[in-house]
Design a protein. Structure first.
Length: 120
């Protein structure tokens, strides 16, 4: 038994790929090389939505700060009229809770992405 194992391990035969393996690999390489590049992200179409989201987030932050102020005074007249309207609508819709939920979601996603991208 030991002699057979030694003979098998000491054999110097070359390992030859099965027939058609090299052709299949080269066909796959050519197919990947001929594939078109990936479609880029449409930033021009996404930008208006990002701007609207940023404005809404700013309005929510202002509403949250105003709602937690001691006197809960109305919005200061130094703000433009559209901000007063936005803050009033945010208070009417209890947007503070929505902003808190969005903030917690954002933080949890960012932490998950941070830990997933870290090298161990």
């Amino acid at each position: 038994m030991r002699d057979e194992l030694d003979h098998t391990l000491s054999a110097t035969d070359e390992i030859v790929p099965s027939s058609g393996f090299v052709d299949a690999v080269m066909d796959a390489v050519r197919h990947e090389a001929a594939a078109p590049p990936p479609i880029p992200f449409p930033w021009k179409r996404a930008l208006p939505g990002l701007v609207v989201a940023a404005v809404a987030l700013i309005a929510l932050v202002i509403a949250a700060v105003e709602s937690f102020s001691p006197a809960a005074a109305p919005v200061k007249p130094a703000l433009p009229h559209f901000w007063v309207t936005i803050v009033g609508a945010a208070r009417l819709l209890d947007a503070e809770w929505i902003a808190l939920a969005l903030l917690l979601s954002f933080v949890s996603i960012r932490l998950t992405m941070y830990f997933a991208q870290r090298e161990l």
